[in-house]
Ligand binder design. Structure first.
Ligand code: AMP
Ligand code: MG
Length: 400
């Protein structure tokens, strides 16, 4: 059986480039941009009023002038006005272009306006006060968002501002999510005493949806021929298959055999980890296949640790990880990498992880308490150890 680190290496050897596609900017959140986004103008594009007030020439103020004749209004969205010589001002609104001849804005709060005159109640003000200088945030022609970045909400605003109605992003794979098992019934069905409702495929579907990945849902009963012919069909139309169940040692665990029968090459089967030891991973020229063990905690751990890693390397998507300090000692004797559900909270400035051991990999009830999985031992450590101590820091990985 291989180690988690070895499994990661094998995953890293199966990275696929899905190319790029053009999308409308409204759909870009969370996608990896495949072109540089360049400033089409300066940001801000003109000297912009940062406050409502009056625009003056600072040299006038320096001369001791405190009373200014109001010679116009500079509203946001109208063309540039101009001062009319010494001791004149223009009322100006936030977002408006600075009038010609002016270089400083005094807030209404610091003025008294009486009969067309503005009196300034300030001892001092610096030149350029309350003016957001043209090009201060970014100059025209500069790359604002580099190719390869996962786009966040700030990027969406930038993309709108530079007028990119359409943009190139890295394409995401089309995924088939397959549940297997005779005991599984639909969410809307009433299970018999010996049956359960499907949950894994729906948790995976929820995660894929959040990631913006297109997917289809399927189900196979535990029948070799059904699985084999079903897979043959699905392989034609998807670039990834994610299956839950049917990869363990049970009499009805036909998935590995069926995958190999249709020509999907196994890269590994079984990893020295808990949970999720029976994980199966393979591919052919058309499709990459993740065979997750069916227990809900195993499925979620394998999705988080393996699928997301592969997805990130294949598409450049950012994967959220952090480190946190363990809040209590955790004893774990087996010589296995251990992914344990934890909740996270700040204690002062320290992010701490509280373990939720639960009742094993079948305990989906326990997952409700979880923010992520803590990774024992630290990746790269040669061997499991018996005790992880409170106060030690470990990596946390997140399904979402
Ligand atoms: P298996 O990996 O097929 O041996 O399944 C291990 C356990 O996970 C069994 O108790 C299954 O009933 C359960 N299981 C398998 N698939 C799902 C699913 N889609 N949703 C919830 N539980 C599942
Ligand atoms: Mg099964």
């Amino acid at each position: 059986m291989i180690t988690v680190e070895e499994a990661f290496e094998l995953i890293d050897q199966q990275i696929v480039d899905f190319g790029f596609e053009e999308i409308v900017f409204q759909d870009c959140l969370g996608r990896v941009v495949a072109e540089d986004i360049v400033a089409d103008r300066d940001f801000p594009p003109y000297h912009r009023a940062a406050m409502d007030g009056i625009a003056i020439l600072h040299a006038d103020f320096d001369k001791g002038i405190r009373d200014y004749k109001i010679v116009g209004q500079q509203i946001a969205g109208i063309s540039q006005q101009a001062l009319e010589g010494e001791a004149t001002c223009i009322e100006i609104m936030t977002g408006a272009i600075l009038p010609a001849g002016a270089d400083t804005i005094i807030r209404y709060e610091d003025t008294e306006i009486v009969e067309g005159q503005a009196r300034v109640n300030l001892e001092g003000i610096h030149q350029g006060a309350n003016v957001h200088i043209q090009g201060k945030d970014c100059e025209k022609g500069v790359v604002m968002i580099p190719k390869g970045k996962t786009l966040n909400i700030g990027d969406l605003g930038i993309i709108a501002s530079v007028g990119k109605e359409k943009l190139k992003v890295k394409k995401l794979p089309k995924v088939a999510v397959i549940s297997t098992g005779d005991e599984l019934v639909e969410v809307g069905d009433q299970p018999k005493e010996y049956q359960i409702r499907k949950s894994n495929v729906h948790t995976i579907a929820g995660l894929l949806q959040k990631q913006g990945i297109e997917f289809t849902l399927h189900h196979f009963d535990d029948d070799f021929d059904v699985i084999k012919s079903g897979l043959e069909e699905i392989v034609q139309h998807h670039q990834v298959i994610m299956m839950s169940g049917g990869v363990s040692m049970g009499k009805k665990d036909f998935i590995p055999e069926a995958l190999e029968a249709i020509g999907v090459k196994k890269h590994f089967h079984r990893v020295k980890q808990r949970p999720g030891k029976p994980l199966w991973f393979g591919s052919n020229e058309k499709v990459t296949v993740f065979g997750f063990p069916g227990n809900p905690v195993s499925t979620l751990v394998c999705y988080t640790a393996y699928f997301k890693r592969w997805l990130q390397k294949s598409t450049g998507l950012t994967v959220n990880k952090t480190t946190a300090q363990l809040s209590v000692d955790v004893e774990f004797k087996p010589d296995l990498f251990y992914f344990m559900p934890v909740s996270l909270q700040f204690e002062g400035a320290t992010l701490t992880a509280t373990p939720h051991k639960g009742h094993g990999s079948g305990d989906l009830v326990n997952l409700s308490k979880m923010d992520g999985f803590i990774c024992f031992p630290k990746p790269g450590a040669p061997k499991g150890k018996d005790l992880y101590r409170a106060g030690e820091s470990f990596e946390i990985i997140f399904p979402v």
